[in-house]
Unconditional design. Structure first.
Length: 420
């Protein structure tokens, strides 16, 4: 059933979509209804013929050969938007429904790129619809427990680094990834034993198709082997595929402390340095977080500090009172935290701020008639300014940290070369 360039709504039964209460889903259906109703096949054919005649005249005026496919003018009436592969419900009706009643082992679902074109409203629609799509597929195959593994949206664009950290956070693609993970957690936390989730964002390529496919396939295979075929037994089987989850979040003095469902590790190429979290305060300006293991100050019998390897402390010298965190927040994020079994921590956040209002710029939302592209342009400039400001602040901090040692070295040097 693999068809590229498609959206989540086309894989969902139209009748199911009509029952979704979300404003964004209702607006999507209204737009498509109007588009289908307004289409006139005769007027479309007339436009096709006009374009054909215009092109034919250009070729004749230049004494160029007429291509074989232009031997006759267009004559066929086209179906128009009703036959668009992304019309809500179309591919469910044409691809999934004809298979109804067949016995299948399960489904792997890897999709989302095309839903990222519809902005943050489209990603809110994604979350409204995705869980209902999964339930509809299970119903089609007469199996309410049909195994279903979500493979999250893959990467696109250049990798996020400390030099360009903030700008990739504007990409709404990560909101699709968030919707996919939230949908997984909805099912899993409700006790669903046959829902799976696999991240793919750490296979860092700059093209949207995952060119490093084997590791992601292996993760999905581990889920299937553990949850459906029980090859690892029951005890600890989830460790082979289940992403670590945040079980508790506490705002403390100048930091955020997170407790996880398991101990944590990092990818082998990271030298042990944990990357990927950002923190922000009331102004919604995110900064890369300093990530440290939590300790209550206890020491072992050799006077070494004891760290909790399932608890992280997030802070930033540039955010005095952090309120929220984000992890792997970018289409091609800089993030490397995993479970001990190398299962990536999923992209997620604690805030619900709209991209159009992050960072928070006074008076930006006051003009309801301001075009969305203008708002985005203003936000982009603000983020670029914030990026420069952060680098200057980081440089100033580095100089301040180095100054005592530098002054000490100068004093020692002068003392060493002073006349006896």
């Amino acid at each position: 059933t693999s068809i590229g360039g498609t959206t989540v709504e086309t894989w969902t039964p139209e009748a199911v979509l009509r029952e979704v209460e979300g404003v964004e889903t209702k607006e999507l259906l209204k737009t498509w209804d109007e588009k289908v109703a307004a289409y006139d096949p005769q007027a479309d054919l007339k436009e096709q013929i006009a374009r054909y005649e215009s092109r034919l005249k250009q070729l004749k005026d230049k004494n160029e050969a007429i291509p074989a496919d232009m031997a006759q003018p267009p004559s066929a009436l086209r179906p128009g938007p009703a036959a668009d592969n992304n019309r809500p419900g179309r591919l469910y009706a044409g691809v999934i429904q004809p298979l109804e009643g067949l016995s299948v082992a399960g489904a792997l679902f890897h999709q989302g790129f095309n839903n990222a074109f519809s902005g943050s409203a489209g990603t809110r629609m994604y979350y409204q619809v995705f869980g209902k799509m999964i339930t509809a597929w299970r119903k089609a195959f007469h199996n309410p427990e049909m195994p279903f593994c979500i493979i999250s949206l893959c990467t696109a664009g250049e990798p996020q680094t400390f030099d360009n950290f903030l700008q990739p956070m504007m990409d709404v693609g990560v909101l699709v990834r968030e919707a996919q993970y939230k949908t997984f957690r909805d099912f899993y936390d409700a006790g669903d034993q046959h829902i799976g989730y696999v991240s793919s964002f750490d296979q860092r390529k700059s093209w949207y198709h995952p060119q490093i496919k084997i590791p992601v396939g292996e993760r999905a295979a581990k889920w299937a082997l553990a949850s459906e075929y029980k090859v690892f037994g029951d005890r600890g089987a989830e460790n082979y595929w289940l992403p670590p989850s945040i079980t508790e979040s506490k705002i403390e003095s100048g930091s955020i402390r997170l407790t996880f469902s398991t101990t944590l590790s990092t990818k082998d190429d990271s030298d042990g340095k944990m990357l990927g979290f950002a923190v922000a305060g009331k102004d919604r300006r995110f900064y890369p977080a300093d990530i440290n293991w939590y300790t209550d100050g206890s020491k072992d019998d050799r006077n070494r500090v004891i760290y909790s390897r399932n608890s992280l402390v997030l802070s930033s010298p540039f955010v005095s009172e952090p309120e929220h965190y984000r992890y792997a927040w970018g289409r091609n994020p800089m993030a490397n935290i995993t479970s001990p079994q190398a299962i990536p921590l999923a992209a997620q956040r604690s805030d619900d701020w709209l991209p159009e209002e992050t960072p928070l710029i006074p008076n930006l939302a006051d003009d309801p008639n301001r075009p969305a592209n203008v708002t985005r342009g203003l936000l982009l400039k603000e983020i670029q300014f914030g990026e420069m400001q952060r680098k200057i602040q980081q440089a100033e901090k580095t100089l301040a940290d180095l100054k005592p040692a530098y002054e000490k070295a100068i004093a020692e040097r002068e003392k060493a070369v002073a006349p006896k």
